[in-house]
Write a protein that binds this ligand. Sequence first.
Ligand code: XMP
Length: 329
Amino acid sequence: DWTAANVIEEQVARIREQVGDARAICGLSGGVDSAVAAALVQRAIGDRLTCVYVDHGLMREGESAEIEKAFGEAHGGARLVMVDAREDFLAALAGVTDPETKRKTIGERFIRTFEKAQADIVLESAEDPHATDVKFLVQGTLYPDVVESGGGDGAANIKSHHNVGGLPDDIEFELCEPLRELFKDEVRAVGAELGLPDGIVHRQPFPGPGLGIRIIGEVTQERLDLLRRADAIVRAELTAAGLDRHIWQCPVVLLADVRSVGVQGDGRTYGHPIVLRPVTSEDAMTADWARIPAEVLSRISNRITNEVDGINRVVLDVTSKPPGTIEWE
Ligand code: XMP
């Protein structure tokens, strides 16, 4: 029988067996997957787990601060290391426009950042008799991530998820992935059973590579700032309209290499389009475009074009998955 309690019991035993008395780190993204993976591992090995949050500069507005706060509430007492790697990621992404190269660049940066963080963790735990090097990296990889990264049986590589196909070959850590057989709704059930707060359990998905794969074209600081402002407006309006639980997620995409002519006040503009990609889904393997009420779309469009200098057009993506994917890259 599938129950969240059974999954927890089984996974905690498996993790204990795998990790033994070694140490592990878990990259927290603020999303439900990594939070549930961390909570499971913490239950299994206690404070031999250290969580690491990497601020890669590809997060949405206010998100890093929210995550730090939510972590305190969810994992009272567990250790969290915050790493500011914004400059590193931006430098690595300079000149990169191909979507798969972008994903692999971001995946590799994550690993390099964890490797650096490891040194601090070992130093801090020097008085612990079990303070061997950090041997395991905990990831919240789900079954669909494995399948779509080409790791499932006979599946094609659709896109390399940052924590699966996007990992470098020379990775020093052993992976511990307790959610690898689960779908998102199952992960949410496990999270609820583990007592994680509602805000985390029902959080909409946000991809590990963040806004990096929502800028079509090269990722630059200026483009990130533009997208962040438009995205904040979309999220605020969807929340205000009470739609958060009705949609699976709503990527906001900047077509950074496209410009179109517009008119504002009595002047000509030549700006970038923003794409809204609201979807409904059960497990992200398939999706439909979400029928957002016209007046909500209208408010979003007015606000973005009025408030975000450089964006003069808002378009709606009405493609299902398949043939589209949820994210544009
Ligand atoms: P696609 O674009 O493949 O997205 O239809 C399916 C779901 O996965 C999320 N996604 C990712 N999540 N790392 C993640 O943690 C990734 O590299 C990644 N790529 C896509 C996406 O937001 C959607 O929920």
